[in-house]
Design a protein around this ligand. Structure first.
Ligand code: HEM
Length: 175
């Protein structure tokens, strides 16, 4: 007794680490949304090389997010909404749409990346995307990204909103 009170209890320590991991998860998902938006602007301007780099950065950040998020889940850290009752329904609609679309974003991003990669391999270089086999892959790439980009942006923006809401109206239930 006595002497141990100076050290934080293991459960409180885990919650502290999990809260920091959670902050970094939000930072990575927001940054991935920014890199994604930059990548879209770059391809609209016709800069394929820079587009490819921005999208690889966006994908790496989203992968990092997933690792941080799963680590946080593994630590058992969770917050519940304790805000105004009038906003409860809206909050859960946001949360559920965010979770469902976040799950959908993984296959969507993989489909976009896979077709871009196959297109690049058959084109040889990004100046040659009109060559027949490459064209087919980049047409598929365009079809995938029509869904990938809005879903990804929705997930990034709502993830950030949920974090802000729980920062103000959240209570740690586990961890
Ligand atoms: C998940 C990551 C990616 C996303 C979300 C994405 C998104 C986009 C978007 C929004 C467009 C414009 C489509 C349109 O004009 O209708 C596009 C086009 C294009 N992307 Fe990506 N992109 C990604 C990764 C890549 C990568 C890694 C490469 C290179 C290997 C690449 C190469 C291209 C090319 C060459 C085009 C132009 C296609 C054309 O003019 O028909 N993209 N991409």
């Amino acid at each position: 007794m006595g002497g141990w009170t100076l050290a934080p209890a293991p459960a409180a320590y885990t919650a502290r680490v999990a809260a920091i991991i959670n902050q970094w998860a939000v930072i990575t998902i927001v940054l991935s949304g920014i890199a994604l938006s930059i990548g879209v602007v770059l391809i609209r301007r016709g800069n394929r090389e820079a587009h490819m780099r921005a999208m690889i950065v966006a994908s790496a950040l989203a992968t990092l997010f997933l690792v941080l998020y799963l680590t946080r889940l593994g630590l058992g850290y969770e917050k519940k909404y304790v805000g105004p009752d009038g906003w409860r329904g809206a909050y859960f609609a946001l949360l559920i749409s965010h979770i469902l679309l976040a799950a959908a974003n993984l296959p969507l991003a993989l489909g976009a990346l896979w077709n871009a990669w196959k297109g690049l391999k058959s084109a040889g270089n990004l100046g040659n995307i009109a060559a027949p086999p490459a064209r087919t892959y980049f047409d598929r790439h365009r079809a995938w990204v029509r869904w990938t980009v809005p879903v990804w942006l929705y997930v990034a923006v709502t993830g950030w909103i949920i974090y802000l809401v729980l920062g103000r109206y959240g209570e740690v239930v586990k961890g």
